[in-house]
Structure formats: C-alpha cells, structure tokens
Write a protein that binds this ligand. Sequence first.
Ligand SMILES: Nc1ncnc2c1ncn2[C@@H]1O[C@H](COP(=O)(O)OP(=O)(O)OP(=O)(O)O)[C@@H](O)[C@H]1O
Length: 263
Amino acid sequence: MLDQSVCHEPVITIENVSFGYEDRQVIRDLNLNVLQRDFVGLIGTNGAGKTTLLKMIVGLLRPKQGTIRLFGTPIKQFKDWERIGYVPQKNSFNPLFPATVKEVVMSGLYNRKKLFRPIHKKDQKKCMDAMKALGVEHLADHKIGQLSGGQQQRVFLARALINNPELLILDEPTVGIDSETQQSFFYMIQHMHQHHNITFLMVSHDLDMMKAYLGHEPKQSSGKLNFFVKHSHEVQDCVETDLMHSLEYFHKQAVREPVQIGE
Ligand SMILES: Nc1ncnc2c1ncn2[C@@H]1O[C@H](COP(=O)(O)OP(=O)(O)OP(=O)(O)O)[C@@H](O)[C@H]1O
C-alpha cells in the first residue's frame, strides 16, 4: 500500500515575497504553496511579473522581502539544483551561436558546482536518452542556432529533463512555434504530469490550452498574477521515475496521431 502523503510534500513555498526593479514594485507580498504533483499554470498580462517570479524560484533573483523554500529548504541553503529543470523564455539564437544540440542538452547535467567535472559514459547515455525522447537525436551535431523554433524548444526541454527532475519550470515554452507543434507539446507535458511524479510550474499565454487542462478559475490570484492549479494523483504512478516512458509515448503519438487531453 502506497502512502498517499508522499504525493503531497511541499515543493515550492513562497511566503510574503516582494520584489521590485529599482523603484518599481513588481511582486507584492506573494504567498504560494506548490505541492508535489501539482501542475501550476501561471497566467498574467505582459509585465505582470511572471518571469521575475520564476527567476526568483530558480535562484537567479533574490526577493527583496520574504522567503522562498524549495523542497522545504530555504533557497539560500538549497543545493540540489538537479532536482529542478528550468526552460527559460525563448531566446532567439544567432545562427552562428557555436554550441551544438548535444552540447546544449549535456549542459543540463552541470549544476553550478559541477561545471568542470569530467564527462562520464553514463552522462553520455543520459544525454542520448533525453535527445531520443524528444526526437532530436538526429540533430545532435547541428548548431542550435540553425534549428527551427520548435526544434530549439525540444532541445531545451531535453536539456531540462536530462537529470530526471522532480520540478519542471517552463517559461512560455511554446512561444514562436506552430500551433500543431504547440498542441503536441502541451499534450506531452500533460501526459508527463498525469503519469509521473513531476511537479510543474508553467507560464503560458495560451489561455485555451491552459484552461482546458487546468480549469477556468484560478485557484489563487495576486496582483496581476493568476495561478491555475491541477493536482495529478494517480498514487500507483507516484513511484514511477523513468521519464522515457512518457516521452517515448509522446514521440510515437506525435508521429502517428494527436493525443487526446486526459489520456
Ligand atoms: N532587468 C530588469 N530591469 C528593470 N526592469 C525589469 C527587468 N526585467 C523586467 N523588468 C520589468 O519588470 C516587469 C515584470 O517583468 P517580467 O518579465 O517579470 O514580466 P512578465 O509577466 O514575464 O511579462 P511577459 O508576459 O511580457 O513575458 C516589467 O515591467 C518589466 O519591464
């Protein structure tokens, strides 16, 4: 018998957090509690502070006030960054940007400390698995700047997934890609949420897709930030940690037929 409480551990805890750039207040007194296996969709107008909030959660910005805890640990002491995958807002790459797809995906393995560690065989395998799962292995030696927007997004998702993270943070992952690819990307994310022990925090301007999965009413609002939440609770799946299952599933489906929501 599985203990259901294992599915409800706190993943992100935000208490009375405020942030501003110089004299401009962007986030005011925010409280938020994200539990294991929640899917949090963050929706808000341009300039509402969505990216700012994600950057604070991944430690790139420090709150002016309040505290953030990750997996129960205050962010200042938090060191297990492998537990978190982050896909930042899309940057348009210069076609001459020198890194290859393989190098970009591999860089997801190195946290802030292990930047210069040697590359082991098992790292190469993880990289190949992540590329295969996202269907970009044939592009391994291509320059990232020479790929299409949709291909680049797959590469960045592969990079974020390489460590098999427990928390996946996505900042507008489907911006700039065609609507068909956007749809299959959403379905893949949903399938991962439903069948794996992964918590999601995702910013998107695609209200239709977000609301179709997360419902029409935000669970919580703060200023111009609206948090839509769905908890996935298939207890029998909570022990599943192998991402390849979902990703291979997506890959097959994407090639053959569109996946239905809720599948
Ligand atoms: N480095 C910065 N310096 C000064 N102001 C900034 C900086 N980054 C963002 N801002 C401002 O802070 C506000 C919030 O920006 P943020 O990028 O978090 O918004 P957002 O909700 O993600 O917007 P969008 O939907 O357009 O991506 C905006 O008014 C923006 O101009």
